[in-house]
Write a protein that binds this ligand. Structure first.
Ligand SMILES: C[S@@+](CC[C@H](N)C(=O)[O-])C[C@H]1O[C@@H](n2cnc3c(N)ncnc32)[C@H](O)[C@@H]1O
Length: 722
């Protein structure tokens, strides 16, 4: 069979077609097919040309049907060494490896694709996914020697095969002098004395070469300098574990050369442990005993690995003023000490209060584990993530989060255990193994993706930004990952609200919370109809909500539920018909009649308790919001107050005005922007009626709720005045 001559870019996968192709894998293809070196190289050259011309589609990352990473070490004598002619089709032996040498420069776009040979001279196309390679300084450059674990042939849509690597640990770039490098390649490398600095740099070990040199020609000052610079580069690349090792080396050498520095500081493990201890404590006074450049690097590493404080004090306006689309990451410590993760009765693990919290109080604050920064309009960051096994597609925010999670976990083994504790919907139990205490936790890309889908958050740059969106706008939100906050379960009637300022997540109480109570928030605001609501939770997270509202809503007879939805839709249509002109008194009265009819569908039957007495009546929320604003627009103050009170009630917030006092009698926990608006309208109404004291009380609660829903007081006065 001839190879297709490439005018189309066949290096970019077509996930939609690949899905069916994979499912029918056993019926198509021919495992005996063997391309010539010339044909593979010609095809590769054609693709390098397409790459240089730049007309490329949106990047697509594809996860094929899942399989776990290999557990073998490439130096393990029990693992089977294969050659290309030994490989099977779509079947991996986790105990095998193949050593290949790349013979072309890589094509790097959605994945890295190259041509590689084995020691017998057979050649193959090699696709490495999830590598985050770059053309300027490729990881898999021409002439790289690679050990690939559990290699197998994967079928290509256009005919033929390639070797495909998905898990980062299944690919190891080895050095020519490594024991397992084929002898023929070793001797060629020894002959190569003509390498210049650029080539050494490409091998990614310019600092290591320098440090090797210093072993033979010792110089403490130069060693500290090289370790310091290497540490700086690793910090920028978010390779924090490597950065900590570099800095520990620099500090240990420094301690050995400066007499006044305590000898404990020359212990690498002591310094590394301090850099990783997430604490501001410094019992050995390491920071005060080292030079300023080393101290600054230490502070940076400790911040990036996560610092913890035990007080809920944050300068919110300062933090907020730093945040912009390009600076999401703020230097702040986490505050999680008043909450704890433990098992719930029926919802897996959850987050619990370790003390009483008052309505509006800050419960915990946490910096993102990963929050990708990118310009929303930047087309070059466009990408998609297709998971063929789970039949899910994630657009850019989720795809970028997946990519960054893989990189952070790949380069920082010290952060893996905590991450992989997260709920993966049973994936690892089904597909993995018990990872021993002294075994490194593998970065299984399929597991990372499950965890991302079940635990990631959709976030604005600042929660307060969402308040100023034009109606019906659908801004692209970023996706980020907060580990502690991921233990919070959903409840339609939550006792907390999550907010974000840059990469800081805040959790505040929407009502008083007692010590020992489970903390909950809304994953999504609940749909009006219980069937739609449960479909949403089931579809994305695999659970059905069993909160008090869901229980009551699902006990409502089907005809009444349908009638509620019909009346709601009719009211919506009537409001839409009003269009730009705004409502007339007749139109408002007509909608108010429909509203009252809908209210009766929530009323208890004669002799029955009112099950909705303290619960939201979701179908009534939007009509009541419309009516408050409509009465306000025609300056009917009494009606505005009546409907603002109803709006609060329909959110499950019962209020009372008694003896010149306004107070909240019961609060189901649904605090949101419409609730703040209702309170603002009440304040306005009572002020018009000359009841300033009540107006001020309404405004006081509006201010507290504004803080709950945005995380800070920034923009509060403008919002409440508008
Ligand atoms: C972000 S995690 C929350 C922490 C999780 N319970 C754990 O054990 O790690 C989301 C998962 O928690 C469970 N969950 C969250 N809210 C729930 C609820 N109201 N009812 C049942 N399960 C829930 C679901 O399995 C969901 O996929």
């Amino acid at each position: 069979m001839a190879l297709p001559t490439t005018s189309r870019n066949t290096y970019e996968e077509l996930p939609e077609q690949l899905k069916d192709f994979q499912k029918n894998a056993s019926t198509n293809g021919d495992a005996q097919w063997k391309p010539s070196r010339g044909a593979l190289l010609r095809e590769h050259e054609a693709h390098m040309k397409i790459l240089s011309q730049g007309s490329l589609p949106v990047k697509t990352m594809t996860l094929p049907l899942s399989y776990p990473p290999s557990r073998v070490s490439i130096h393990d004598s029990s693992c089977r060494r294969l050659h290309l002619l030994d490989l099977n089709l779509e079947s991996r032996d986790p105990n095998s490896i193949i050593i290949l040498r790349t013979v072309t420069s890589p094509y790097i776009y959605s994945s890295t694709i190259t041509v590689a040979e084995d020691e017998t001279g057979e050649v193959a196309r090699l696709m490495v996914c999830n590598l985050e390679d770059n053309l300027n300084d490729p990881i898999v450059d021409e002439g790289s020697i690679l050990a690939i674990k559990q290699p197998s042939w994967s079928r290509l849509l256009e005919g033929g095969y390639q070797i495909r690597v998905d898990h980062p640990s299944d690919l190891v770039v080895i050095k020519a002098e490594d024991d397992i490098t084929p002898q023929a390649w070793k001797s060629m490398q020894e002959l190569d004395t003509s390498k210049d600095a650029m080539q050494w740099k490409k091998e990614g070990d310019i600092y290591d070469r320098g440090l090797d040199y210093l072993i033979r020609h010792p110089s403490a000052t130069s060693s500290i300098d090289l370790y310091r610079k290497k540490c700086g580069v690793n910090i920028v690349l978010l390779r924090l574990d490597d950065a900590a090792t570099d800095l520990s080396n620099a500090i240990a050498i420094y301690a050995n050369t400066v007499d006044s520095v305590p000898s404990a500081l020359s212990e690498l493990s002591t310094i590394n442990a301090w850099l990783h201890d997430n604490s501001t404590e410094d019992p050995l006074q390491i920071a005060s005993n080292i030079s300023r450049p080393l101290r600054e690097l230490a502070a940076r590493i400790k911040f990036d690995l996560g610092l913890y404080q035990t007080t809920p004090t944050y300068n919110l306006s300062l933090i907020s003023s730093y945040v912009s689309p390009l600076t999401l990451h703020v230097d702040a410590a986490n505050y999680t000490s008043e909450t704890l993760v433990k098992n719930t009765e029926t919802h897996g693990r959850g987050l619990f209060a370790k003390r009483d919290f008052k309505e509006g109080e800050l419960i915990c604050a946490e910096k993102a584990f990963v929050l990708p920064g990118y310009f929303i309009q930047d087309r070059s960051s466009d990408c998609m993530l297709y998971n063929l096994g789970e039949e899910t597609v994630a657009p850019r925010p989720g795809a970028l989060l997946f990519k960054e999670l893989i990189q952070k976990l790949k380069w920082n083994p010290s952060l893996r255990r905590e991450f992989f504790e997260m709920d993966d919907g049973g994936y690892w139990k089904e597909n993995g193994w018990d990872v021993g205490d002294d075994e490194e936790v593998p970065v299984d890309v399929f597991r990372v993706e499950r965890i991302r889908r079940l635990n990631g958050f959709s976030v604005p740059i600042r929660s307060s930004d969402l308040l100023n969106q034009p109606p019906n706008s659908n801004p692209e939100l970023r996706n980020g990952f907060w580990i502690h906050a991921s233990y919070i379960n959903h409840c339609c009637l939550p006792n907390c609200v999550r907010t974000f300022i840059g990469d800081l997540h805040f959790l505040r109480a929407t009502r008083d919370i007692s010590c020992g109570e489970e903390l909950t928030h809304q994953y999504l605001s609940p749909d009006i109809d219980i069937a739609d609501r449960q479909d949403n939770y089931r579809g994305t997270w695999g659970f059905e909500c069993d909160c008090a509202l869901c229980k009551i809503d699902s006990a409502v007879p089907e005809p009444i539920r349908k009638q509620r939805m019909k009346l709601f839709e009719d009211l919506k249509a009537s409001v839409m018909k009003l269009g730009e002109r705004g409502p007339t008194v007749t139109a408002i009265k007509k909608i108010a009649r429909g509203f009252r009819e809908l209210e009766t569908l929530y009323a208890p039957a004669a002799g029955e308790d009112d099950k909705y007495a303290k619960l939201p009546k979701l179908a009534l929320v939007h009509p009541s919001l419309f009516l408050v604003e409509a009465w306000r627009s025609i300056k009917n103050t009494d009606k505005m107050i009546e409907y603002a009170t109803k709006l609060l009630r329909n959110f499950g917030i019962n209020t009372a005005v008694e003896g010149g006092e306004f107070r909240i009698v019961s609060n189901a926990g649904l605090v949101n922007v419409e609730v703040v608006r209702a309170l603002k309208y009440l304040a306005e109404g009572y002020s018009v009626k000359g009841e300033e004291c009540i107006a001020e009380q309404c405004m006081g609660i509006a201010r507290k709720f504004y803080l709950i829903i945005t995380g800070s007081e920034i923009g509060m006065e403008e919002f409440l005045k508008a």
